[in-house]
Design a protein around this ligand. Structure first.
Ligand code: NAD
Ligand code: GLY
Length: 369
């Protein structure tokens, strides 16, 4: 574990236990420039840093400098920024670059950025020469608490979110908390949605902690962020360790996502941020849980209050219930055309269930502006 002299927080390591695919998540300050962060990586001739036009000017040279002693050649590829670019055309730019520089199958890909860069770089790593190593250097709160961990990689299809992808684990995840200082407030809120998610599905004590420390998190207090990232990663590591390929329990990590993905796809990718759609989707899923008699309205109100305090929307866009339902039917959890939802069984415990479409429609009408 890297140790730095001038850190306000102690670096922590969260292990992901997946047999030969096991790896560590490093969480701390000044990690990108600390040589100890990278010391365990396998030797290779070449490294490709995949980033985007927003993150590159902020952090690419820091990472490039840190990696230069380890590789003969370090190349930086900057992609266009945004969810709207998480597609085949942009993915192909990574393959063009890899082939253009003559990258061999030991070349290491470094995903430097948020979930969009991470998901696309991971998918490129899974496909290039049938698999090359990759490292997640997560620079958004959402990526640090969720997308960089667990090996889900994907691009979007116009007809559905993250529909083309692969399970492919990174060799290392690095969460350098310093990078969050340049994150716009709207993006910070989007990350808070995925942190809040872990409370209702797994840990109500953590939900209470978030309620008590939300102001510190929104002020980017390093200690509060360090704890939130660590606890989120611990919970996700436990779930992924038990069910890597989402045969069962891993689906609970999709609380709020069935409604959320419908909002993202229904509005067009990139109009609402993924975290915003998930925040609102959790409110809708909590209402559905209540309609099905699983939780009290007081729980729904508590969760809604926290999501609103985090600067996230709590009412969905008025797309029409049929648009929501159409997008939800292509959700990856659907079975034989029946939409399945992650619902809260009791606070701190999630369950995956189908629901009568009339009830779902009622919830959509109740929750949309
Ligand atoms: P993102 O990758 O689009 O990043 C958000 C914005 O912040 C972008 O404009 C980016 O350029 C910018 N940015 C990144 N780091 C920055 C920094 N340190 N300072 C300033 N700006 C910075 O969005 P995201 O919220 O990180 O990720 C959302 C994506 O993650 C979605 O595509 C979603 O589907 C995916 N996701 C995947 C998983 C998974 O398990 N693989 C889980 C959750 C979400
Ligand atoms: N973000 C959901 C998952 O990783 O399974």
């Amino acid at each position: 574990m890297p140790v730095t002299a001038n850190s306000a927080v102690t670096t922590s390591t969260v292990p992901i236990s997946l047999g030969e695919r096991s790896y560590s998540i490093l969480i701390g300050e000044h990690l990108i420039s600390n040589p100890l962060t990278w010391q365990g990586l396998k030797k290779a001739a070449c490294a490709l840093i995949v980033t985007n036009e927003t993150v590159a000017p902020l952090y690419a040279s820091r990472l490039e400098t840190a990696l230069k002693p380890l590789y003969d050649r370090v190349v930086v590829l900057s992609l266009p920024d945004g969810e709207g670019f998480k597609n085949f055309e942009t993915l192909n730019l990574i393959f063009d670059q890899l082939l253009g520089i003559g990258a061999d199958r030991r070349t290491v890909l470094f995903a430097l950025g948020g979930g969009v860069v991470g998901d696309m770089t991971g998918f490129a790593a899974a496909c290039y020469m049938r698999g090359v190593p990759f490292v997640q250097v997560a620079t958004t709160l959402l990526a640090q608490v969720d997308s960089s961990v667990g090996g889900k990689t994907a691009i979007n299809h116009p007809l559905g979110k993250n529909m083309i992808g692969a399970f492919y684990q990174p060799d290392l995840v690095v969460c350098d908390l310093d990078t969050l200082q340049t994150l716009p407030d709207r993006e910070l809120s989007a990350g808070l949605a995925e942190i809040i998610k872990y409370g209702p599905i797994a840990d109500m004590e953590f939900l209470s902690w978030i309620e008590d420390h939300l102001d510190a998190l929104m002020a980017k207090d390093s200690r509060a962020l360090a704890h939130a990232v660590q606890r989120s990663c611990e919970i996700k590591a436990g779930v992924v360790g038990a069910d890597e390929r989402e045969g069962g329990i891993r689906a609970i990590l999709n609380f709020g996502h069935t409604f959320g993905h419908a909002i993202e796809a229904g509005l067009g990718f990139g109009v609402w941020l993924h975290g915003e759609a998930v925040g609102c989707g959790m409110v809708m899923a909590a209402h559905l849980s209540h309609q099905l008699g699983l939780v009290d309205i007081s729980f729904v109100q508590r969760l809604t209050r926290l999501i609103a305090r985090a600067g996230l929307p709590v009412q969905g866009p008025k797309l029409g219930a049929h648009v929501y339902l159409e997008h939800m039917r292509v959700d990856k959890k659907s079975q034989n055309g029946q939409i399945r939802f992650v619902l809260i069984d009791s606070p701190g415990r999630a369950v995956v269930l189908g629901a009568d479409e009339a009830v779902v429609q009622l919830v959509i009408e109740q929750c949309c502006l």
